[in-house]
Design a protein. Structure first.
Ligand code: UTP
Length: 298
């Protein structure tokens, strides 16, 4: 297989975020913060680390706050400078997307018809070559970032579709897309496809797909022909499986730590993980997480 650079990153951000209602009634899930940094910022930084040329955000009209967040806000920065907070203004400028570094495109997914449908909405705007898809609610912490590791591995060209995977307990296979593993080769897991949320007794492995993908463009042909699958949604995993006949699919065991920040438990875990080694929060841990505070009340 010939290698091509990953020039495009797609961020699907049009979902309903029902697991975080009522918060997501007013704030898009992708803007919920881990301490003070919105999930979308981590995702953007991961894409920046691989130097993509175009970022495509697939959003919904009710989630306009995402566009406001990711782009620069010169007026807010000027106000901060006027208030003697130049450092903060500089931090905001660094975090925001700069269209001189990378093209930024917002497209609309009219209805939340599933991840596959969202990814398909980006098709008219793709640059050539393989495409990265990043799900912001899967927070993956690590250095290098997960996508960086995958792009480097993809350079070795073992499969057209490379998906991030981690091993999960057998009892939990029903929560994930699970790879149909055919062979293991170091950090690569060769597969014949992905089965969406199989019950433990039906799962062909314990290799769960998480929200980072590098996809051969043939996936878009499969998406264009696809009817809704599990849960009435157009599943990206189905399109990957169908098009893997042409492109091949492999899992990649990333080295970072993944948090499912689409769930309250995952968000709390990520917050505790990032706060526990930061002296700024030592007092809070001492006060609320000391053993005597954990003892039952009453
Ligand atoms: P999820 O399935 O985790 O998000 O999609 P959700 O549907 O918004 O959340 P719940 O289950 O109701 O709580 C993962 C990513 O895909 C996007 C979401 O915005 C999220 O970033 N997504 C999902 C879309 O863009 N469109 C969709 O139709 C579905």
């Amino acid at each position: 297989m010939t290698h091509k650079r990953v020039r495009t990153a797609i961020f699907p951000v049009a979902g309903l975020g029902t697991r975080f209602l009522p918060a997501t009634k007013g704030t898009p899930k992708e803007l919920l913060p881990v301490i003070d940094t919105p999930l979308i910022q981590y995702a953007i930084d991961e894409a920046r680390e691989v130097g993509v040329e175009r970022m495509i955000f697939v959003s919904h009209p009710s989630k306009a706050a995402i566009e406001h967040y990711v782009m620069d806000d010169a007026r807010l920065r000027a106000t901060l400078v006027d208030h003697g907070k130049s450092d903060l203004a500089h931090e905001l400028e660094e975090a925001a997307l700069d269209t001189r570094d990378c093209e930024v495109i917002f497209v609309t997914q009219p209805e939340p018809r599933g991840l596959g449908d969202a990814v398909a909405c980006a098709r008219p705007h793709l640059l050539d070559g393989p495409v990265a898809v990043i799900l912001p609610d899967d927070l993956i912490l690590g250095t290098p970032g997960c996508l960086r590791e995958m792009v480097d591995a993809y350079d070795r060209g073992k499969a057209g579709h490379l998906v991030a995977v981690m091993e999960v307990p057998k009892a939990l296979t029903g929560r994930y897309g699970i790879l149909s593993v055919t062979a293991e080769d170091g950090r690569f897991v060769q597969a014949s496809g992905i089965v969406e949320k199989p019950e433990p007794d039906k799962a062909l492995s314990q290799m769960a797909v998480v929200g980072r993908y590098i996809l051969d463009p043939v996936v878009f042909d499969a998406l264009a022909q696809q009817a809704p699958g599990a849960g009435g949604e157009v599943q990206l995993t189905d399109a990957i499986t169908i098009s893997s006949v042409k492109a091949g699919v492999a899992g990649f065991r990333f080295s970072g730590r993944r948090f499912d920040c689409g769930s309250k438990q995952g968000m709390l875990a990520a917050t505790l993980f990032l706060a526990r080694d930061d002296p700024a929060y030592a007092e809070v841990f001492e006060e609320y997480l000391a053993p005597e505070d954990i003892a039952p009340v009453g």
